[in-house]
Write a protein that binds this ligand. Structure first.
Ligand code: PAF
Length: 282
C-alpha cells in the first residue's frame, strides 16, 4: 500500500495506474475509520476497480467557524492499519498547506441542492466539500468514486458537481452501515458517551418508525415526517435541527401523497451533531 502525501505524488500514481490500463476507484474520507468506510472500499473493488485509492484529509474548508475542525477525531496509524487489511492500493494523505497553499482562492459552489437541510445549518459546508472533492478528483483521476448515503445531501451535491464540471467520474452511493442498535455509523459517534450514546438512537428510531408506517400503507409525506420528528423531539437529550421529506433524486421538498420519499433528519445530541436518513418506496 503506497502512501502519497501531496497532489503531485497522487497524480503520478494515478497516471501510472491509468497507463497500466487499470480502473481507479477513489474512496474519499476524513479518517477515523469505521465499518462504513470499509464498505466503501469493498464497493469500489466490486465496481471492477483494480486500483483503489483512499484519501484521509480533514478538510478545514468544510468546517464553519466554531465547528469541530480542531477536535475532529484523528488516528492515522489506526486508519492505515485498517486500510492495509482491505484492498486499498494507495492512501492519499495531503497536508493542509498542500491542499490550500498560501494565497489559495478557488472554490466550487453547487447551487440549488446545497441549500436547505444541512446547508441551512452549516454555512459554506458544501462549498468546502465540493472544492476538496474536485481537488481529489483532479489528483487521483478516478473512474469511480464511492460516498456513503448517510451524507445524502453531500452525495446529491457531488453528483451535480461531477455532472456539471464534466469530471467523467462514476459516483456510487453506498448504503448506510448501522450499529446493532440502529445508530448510523459516523466518526462523530466518538463524541457520544453514556446517556448521550443511548439518546442518539432516537434518529434511527424515528426513521424506522416512518418506515414501518410506509410498509403499513401510509403515503402522506407529512405523516411520515411527523413520525420521525416525534421520536427526536421526544428525546430530552436531543435538539432537532430538521426532519424533512424530500424527493430521493432531486431533493426537492415533497408534500401530500408520495410514491417514494427520502426522510432526512439532523439533531444535536450532547456534543455531537448527527444526521441520518431513509429512502422509502425504492
Ligand atoms: O464525507 C466525508 O467524509 C467528507 O465530507 C469528504 C467527502 C471526504 C470530503 O471531505
Amino acid at each position: 500500500m503506497e502512501l502519497l502525501r501531496n497532489p503531485r505524488a497522487m497524480r503520478e500514481w494515478a497516471d501510472a495506474r491509468r497507463a497500466a490500463g487499470e480502473r481507479i476507484g477513489l474512496v474519499p474520507t476524513m479518517g477515523y475509520l469505521h465499518e462504513g468506510h470499509m464498505s466503501l472500499v469493498r464497493i469500489a473493488s466490486e465496481k471492477g476497480c483494480g486500483a483503489v485509492a483512499a484519501s484521509i484529509f480533514v478538510n478545514p474548508a468544510q468546517f464553519a467557524a466554531g465547528e469541530d475542525y480542531e477536535k475532529y477525531p484523528r488516528d492515522e496509524a489506526r486508519d492505515l492499519a485498517m486500510f492495509r487489511t482491505a484492498s486499498v492500493s494507495a492512501v492519499y494523505l495531503p497536508g493542509v498547506p498542500d491542499m490550500y497553499p498560501e494565497g489559495y482562492r478557488t472554490y466550487v459552489e453547487v447551487e440549488g441542492v446545497s441549500k436547505g437541510l444541512c446547508g441551512a445549518f452549516r454555512p459554506g459546508h458544501f462549498r468546502g466539500v465540493a472544492t476538496v472533492v474536485a481537488k481529489l478528483f483532479l489528483a487521483a483521476k478516478p473512474h469511480v468514486a464511492v460516498f456513503g448515503e448517510k451524507d445524502y445531501q453531500q452525495l446529491a451535491v457531488l453528483r451535480a458537481m461531477t455532472r456539471d464540471l464534466d469530471f467523467g467520474v462514476e459516483i456510487v452511493g453506498a448504503p448506510i452501515v448501522r450499529e446493532e442498535d440502529g445508530l448510523a455509523m459516523s466518526s462523530r459517534n466518538a463524541y457520544l458517551r453514556g446517556d448521550d450514546r443511548i439518546a442518539a438512537r432516537c434518529l434511527s428510531r424515528g426513521l424506522f418508525r416512518a418506515g414501518a408506517l410506509f410498509s403499513g400503507g401510509e403515503r402522506e409525506a407529512e405523516v411520515l415526517v411527523r413520525a420521525a420528528r416525534a421520536e427526536i423531539e421526544g428525546e430530552p437529550r436531543a435538539r432537532l435541527e430538521y426532519a424533512e421529506g424530500r424527493d430521493p433524486d432531486t431533493l426537492a421538498p415533497l408534500s401530500g401523497r408520495v410514491g417514494a420519499v427520502t426522510i432526512l433528519v439532523a439533531a444535536r445530541v450532547g456534543p455531537a451533531r448527527l444526521i441520518d436518513n431513509v429512502t422509502l418506496g425504492r
